[in-house]
Design a protein around this ligand. Structure first.
Ligand SMILES: Cc1cc2nc3c(=O)[nH]c(=O)nc-3n(C[C@H](O)[C@H](O)[C@H](O)COP(=O)(O)O)c2cc1C
Length: 355
């Protein structure tokens, strides 16, 4: 079934209108790799199309790497609509990175203007670019003139709370040719804590004509529709919440009239207990994907990091975290998972986002 729900008829087209589903996964270092993408993608409803990120990739490193051979750029041949994210501020490395990414399979490239770590601030990339609207627009122009695919920007509310600046900043990006922007409405210093001000998403969308993707603190089904309503955005990008609750894609699809994901029948898990049981299944699947794509060291580290990020949505997640922390290999990890999920578990709708 190929549905375009009425909601999407009002949305501004992303990737030339190929995207017909209003939710996407956020780029996250250590998380938005091939294994997590595939685990989440499994819950994408039949006929739904959305775009998929990578972890942020340094344009200085990419220009020297063989893409597809590094842990951050592993991909599965069946993956489509990949929009990797780059970090950069210089034309030569950006040009070479974009060329390599397009050869690798990118259908769009996203520029990071949100990373708040000290290194980014010191070297004028990530959210530091929000300190200089003119140069940020120049980074978009240099990326556009070296790209055969659409270019988007993921940004924050800014370095300080100044809505007039934010609007001027985004208009500058749009004038420079950005095909869409994603707004995470928290200022740099807030990192990923505190309330994301979804109202600012609407402010931005009302002031430009390109698509605007909203992001920040969306954790459950009602949050998705609340962000669409409050932010008026064209797509809702979810990071931690979608890693913890990948079947959120199925839940959203169900509400919009999409068929279940391929190979799945019935209705999406929705009660706290159904979600708890599904968490166990998706964790097991995720572990298998990590084993398939990564060396033991790479996969094991990523699984533990994943659990640290998502345990908060399980009623007794701290027990799972404690028991899996002791595991030294995959067999022990599986044993801890099986033990924990052998009894009924439940998930909470929302948790305090700390990391
Ligand atoms: C572990 C982690 C790594 C992240 N790495 C990136 C990144 O590489 N690029 C980026 O633009 N944002 C990154 N973010 C921010 C997310 O994309 C997103 O903007 C933020 O988590 C808010 O969305 P959420 O509340 O849905 O998680 C990261 C977030 C987390 C939790």
């Amino acid at each position: 079934m190929n549905v375009t729900p009425s909601f999407m008829q009002h949305a501004r087209p992303i990737l030339g209108g190929q995207v017909n589903f209003p939710v996407s996964l956020a780029p996250m270092v250590g998380l938005s790799h091939v294994a997590l993408r595939l685990m989440v993608m499994k819950y994408l409803p039949e006929g739904a199309v959305t775009f998929w990120p990578t972890e942020m990739l340094s344009s200085w490193r990419l220009q020297r790497e063989v893409l597809g051979n590094t842990a951050e750029t592993y991909r599965c041949a069946s993956e489509t609509h990949l929009v990797p994210q780059i970090l950069g501020n210089e034309e030569a490395p950006i040009a070479e990175s974009v060329k390599r990414l397009v050869d690798w399979g990118a259908v769009g490239v996203d520029i990071n203007m949100g990373c708040p770590v000290n290194k980014a601030l010191k070297h004028n990339y990530g959210v530091a670019l929000m300190g200089d609207a003119g140069y940020a627009a120049e980074v978009v122009r240099m990326t556009k003139r070296n790209s055969s695919v659409p270019v988007s920007v993921k940004l924050r509310a800014g370095l300080q709370n100044d809505e007039e600046f934010l609007i001027r900043f985004v208009k500058g990006l749009a004038d420079a040719g950005a095909d869409w922007v994603t707004l995470h409405p928290r200022i740099g210093a807030m990192k990923r804590r505190g309330a994301a001000d979804w109202r600012q998403i609407r402010l931005v969308r009302d002031s430009v004509s390109i698509p605007v993707v909203g992001n920040g603190d969306v954790q459950c089904l009602d949050d998705v529709f609340a962000m669409l309503d409050i932010g008026g955005c064209d797509n809702v990008m979810i990071g931690r919440g979608l890693a913890a609750r990948p079947w959120l894609l199925w839940q959203v699809g169900e509400r919009l009239g999409f068929a279940p994901p391929p190979g799945m029948t019935g209705r999406a898990p929705s009660t706290p207990e159904e979600e708890g049981a599904e968490f166990g299944k998706s964790c097991g699947h995720f572990l298998s994907l990590l084993e398939k794509y990564y060396t033991f060291e790479e996969g094991f580290k990523r699984f533990k990091f994943y659990l640290r990020m998502v345990c908060g949505w399980l009623e007794f997640g701290h027990f799972l975290f404690a028991s899996t922390s002791k595991a030294k290999d995959y067999a022990q990890l599986r044993e801890a998972l099986e033990k924990f999920f052998s009894g009924p578990q439940s998930m909470v709708l929302r948790t305090n986002l700390r990391e």
